[in-house]
Ligand binder design. Structure first.
Ligand code: AKG
Length: 255
């Protein structure tokens, strides 16, 4: 099945994604759904009450004062409502169309809450060095469960940056880019319900949340199951290899 010719709106998203390395899909979830998932996200993090903070070392240098970040890998293993979103065709049809494939496989998910006033930034980086794949058919979708204006530390991208392929990152273990400068990335302010799709080669990051409200997002990292990883890494993610759309034609499954 060729998805894009059957659904012209998907073809247009795929064209933008190919040109810019990202596309912001407005209103993929309704405001009510976004509010529902926002509440579930905050309840889940409160219930688990974990104290680890994934703020990058380099992120601490980007802020004037200490920052904080709450997170959870693979929320779908703790709350079935998140599992439903993983296979929601509103998401999976776009993920397939922008990668130009029929089949979409889970890599991992990350729930992030950037707390008010000091929510941690992310330095500019590609996701590629964390889990490199052979054909680079790997992407992310960031679901916004509340509004993310610039002052809340919305995601920023460098349009077209995916075209030059993998870049050399800072020393192994830190994985951020020294160039371009953070201010050269274009902010992608989003509203509750919007979903930002981008390739794992697209240079991206995000600013400090200086607002008086939390920024709540869920990031789903997915890939074409026919694109094998080149390095065995990040294979500890719960449920990696689950099919979100279509089939795994390789029969390789998981990592
Ligand atoms: O959520 C954000 O602000 C950015 C997250 C990000 O860049 C990442 O997890 O790789």
């Amino acid at each position: 099945m060729t998805i894009t010719s059957e659904r012209p709106e998907l073809s247009s998203l795929a064209e933008q994604y190919a040109a810019d390395g990202f596309v912001l899909v407005k209103g993929l979830l309704s405001k009510e759904e976004a509010a529902y998932y926002r509440q579930r996200s905050h309840d889940l993090l409160a219930r688990l009450n974990r104290s680890d903070d994934p703020t990058w070392g380099a992120a601490r240098d980007m802020a004037d004062a200490p920052t904080k970040l709450q997170h959870l890998h693979d929320a779908q293993f703790y709350d079935a409502e998140f599992a439903k979103l993983l296979v929601d065709p509103r998401f999976t049809d776009v993920a397939a169309a922008v990668m130009g494939v029929d089949n979409v496989q889970l890599h991992h998910t990350k729930l992030f809450v950037k707390p008010p006033e000091n929510g941690s930034p992310f330095p500019l980086h590609q996701d590629h060095p964390f889990f490199p794949h052979t054909y680079h058919r790997v992407g992310a979708a960031i679901f916004h469960f509340d509004d993310a204006p610039v002052e809340k530390g919305c995601v920023r991208v460098v349009p077209g940056s995916h075209k030059s392929g993998p870049r050399d990152h800072e020393a192994e273990g830190s994985y951020h880019l020294l160039e371009p400068a953070f201010d050269e990335a274009t902010p992608q302010p989003a509203e509750a319900g919007d979903v930002l799709f981008f390739t794992y080669l697209t240079v991206h990051g995000s600013g400090v949340n200086t607002s008086d409200e939390a920024r709540t997002t869920w990031l789903i990292q997915y890939r074409d199951p026919a694109d094998p990883p080149t390095v065995k890494t990040h294979d500890w993610s719960l449920g990696q290899g689950m099919m979100l759309r279509g089939v795994d034609p390789t029969g390789r499954s998981a990592v």
